[in-house]
Each structure stands twice: as structure tokens, then as C-alpha cells.
Design a protein around this ligand. Structure first.
Ligand SMILES: [Zn+2]
Length: 258
């Protein structure tokens, strides 16, 4: 499934330069998740994406943004839960013996109750079809956090409220072909990313033959093949994430608080 991604403009994350820190002109003293003021007593580093969602070895240039210790702690349990949920859905099973990710096997060995929690939230309807309980706020919270983190890091968006993000997700196997193609097609715009933003590092120029118009494409960035790829619009209002090669996550801001 992931290989489909590579017929579209894609950049290997590892070719991008130093990304461990936000660029100097980005606001560093406000938590992007709760909006609190960061100081030496509550400031910590949040990796994008969370290490719970990817596998070792991690990229050497893992992106990170400052956030508060309270948010970091609050999300870490939800990220652990979500990583177990994704593995169950991917393997179509709640049996940890069939899991392929060693880190998830260790997690459920350490916290078996997580499997029970996931079992109550996920239903397998048929082969390759599943549903996640609509009130699964823990999973949604992790997806919303990823969206905010990417927009903060790539486009320097400031503080984004949950209720200003239109979020949707579905399995690539459940989606009709035109929707899959639309999802995998990178964002493009006649506008360039803001000078100094991270998005400017990966932008590509494309020319549409029929109009001879120049457009700027925000390619997919392949963070880890088969695990995590993302695409952030240069307009700073849309994010797409392909999680574990099957979950297509789309998010769009419909009311910016930037
Ligand atoms: Zn916070």
C-alpha cells in the first residue's frame, strides 16, 4: 500500500537537514497544545511524530517542538494506547502473538489492560473493514496532536483549537480508488511557503503543461517507509498523514486562530 505513495512526489525525511529544533523565529515559549507559557520549570521536548507511533531506528534528525510537561505526560498514555489500536487494526486481531511490532508486544505484555480497552473500541466488520468507536477521544486526541505539531513545525502555526480542525480518517482499503488518488496526491498551491518556514525546505516546483502555470507542490515526506508519511500544505491549513501504510488521516483547518 505504501508503495502507491511513491508514484507521487515524495521526499525521504532523512535527506532533510537539521530539524531537531523549531526555527529561531518560531514562537518557542508557548505550548502548542494548551497555550500555556513555557519556562524552565515546565518546558520539555515533544518529538514529531511520537516515538510510540514509529519503529527503531529513529531518524537522526527527528523533528521536535517545545511543549509543556503536562501535555507531554497527558498525551504519552494516549499515544501508547493508539499504537496498540493501530497494530490490532493492521493485524486484524487482538492477539499479541500475531503483532509484528516488537515494541507493541512489549507494551501489551507490560500493560495487558490496553488490549481490553482497544477491544472495546474496535470492531472488525469483515476482512479489511473495521470501525473505531466514534467516541474514542483518546485516538482522536493523538491524531489532532499530530496535526497541530506538523502545522506548528512546518508552517509555524501558532495555537490551533481542536474545534477548528476538520478531521477524518479511513483505511486505504475501504476507500474508493478516486479517493485514494486524491489522498495520495500532494498539496499544491500558486503560493510559496513563508520565507524561513520549514515547509520551504521541501517545496517542489511543478509546471502544469496545459496552462504553463507554475505551482508549488508540498511533497509527501516519507518519515519511515510503511510506518509514517506526511504531507503539509504550504498554505498552512491542511495536513495528510499515512499511518502504518493503511490509515489515511486528513485534517483541514476551517477557522484559523493563527
Ligand atoms: Zn501544554
Amino acid at each position: 500500500m505504501q508503495d502507491k505513495c511513491f508514484v507521487f512526489p515524495t521526499i525521504d525525511y532523512n535527506v532533510l537537514g537539521h530539524r531537531q529544533e523549531a526555527t529561531p523565529w518560531q514562537l518557542k515559549d508557548i505550548c502548542p497544545y494548551c497555550g500555556c507559557v513555557l519556562d524552565s520549570t515546565n518546558k520539555t521536548v515533544d518529538h514529531i511524530p511520537s516515538k510510540a507511533l514509529i519503529d527503531k531506528p529513529y531518524p537522526a534528525n527527528m523533528a521536535a517542538i517545545p511543549c509543556c510537561t503536562s501535555c507531554n505526560r497527558r498525551f504519552s498514555l494516549d499515544e501508547e494506547y493508539s499504537s496498540v489500536l493501530l497494530e490490532c487494526v493492521k493485524q486484524q486481531s487482538f492477539d499479541s502473538n500475531v503483532f509484528s511490532r516488537e515494541s507493541i508486544k512489549r507494551t501489551v505484555l507490560h500493560t495487558p489492560s490496553l488490549l481490553e480497552t482497544v477491544r472495546r473500541r474496535v470492531r472488525f466488520e469483515s476482512e479489511d473493514r473495521f470501525s473505531i468507536a466514534p467516541d474514542d477521544d483518546r485516538f482522536k486526541a493523538v491524531l489532532l496532536k499530530l496535526v497541530k505539531a506538523h502545522l506548528r513545525f512546518e508552517d509555524s502555526m501558532f495555537l490551533i483549537r481542536d474545534d477548528s480542525i476538520r478531521l477524518s480518517f479511513d483505511s486505504i482499503d475501504n476507500m474508493p480508488e478516486p479517493d485514494v488518488t486524491r489522498f495520495l496526491t500532494p498539496f499544491s498551491s500558486t503560493l510559496l511557503p513563508e520565507v524561513g518556514s520549514r515547509a520551504l525546505e521541501s517545496v517542489m516546483i511543478i509546471q502544469e503543461d496545459n496552462t504553463r502555470q507554475i505551482r508549488y507542490c508540498s511533497p509527501w515526506i516519507c518519515y519511515q517507509k510503511d510506518t509514517y508519511s506526511f504531507c503539509v500544505a504550504v498554505t498552512g491549513d491542511k495536513v495528510k498523514i499515512l499511518l502504518h501504510g493503511f490509515l489515511c488521516v486528513s485534517a483541514e483547518l476551517f477557522e484559523s486562530t493563527n
